[in-house]
Design a protein. Structure first.
Length: 115
């Protein structure tokens, strides 16, 4: 079992930055990759970024160059640094972990970008 708890969401203005954190606990050694997803009102959940067990990262085109996914050395926290935020980045952001064949989700944290 893996537990995920997100934090760091909030209200910011366009162009500002925010860093989300995902605290990971449980059987962390079973995790193959971690990622961030988001879901805007009335929209489907979409993938944002991922980091593999080996440290490789990938990003959705919509956030490439603005968002950075990283983790601490102990792999107990995964971050999403979000720069140059846009109104269209407004969503609930979810942390995700894939462990063997099981997918885990956090409860989500709200990010609102508004002037």
């Amino acid at each position: 079992q893996v537990q995920l708890v997100e934090s760091g969401g909030g209200l910011v203005q366009p162009g500002e930055s925010l860093r989300l954190s995902c605290a990971v606990s449980g059987d962390i050694f079973s995790i193959d990759r971690m990622g961030w997803y988001r879901q805007a009102p009335g929209e489907q959940r979409e993938w944002v970024a991922r980091v593999t067990r080996g440290g490789a990262t990938n990003y959705a085109d919509s956030v490439k160059g603005r968002f950075t996914i990283s983790r601490n050395n102990a792999k107990t926290t995964v971050y999403l640094q979000m720069n140059s935020l846009k109104v269209e980045d407004t969503a609930v952001y979810y942390c995700n972990a894939l462990a063997t064949t099981t997918t885990y989700w956090g409860q989500g944290t709200q990010v609102t970008v508004s002037s």
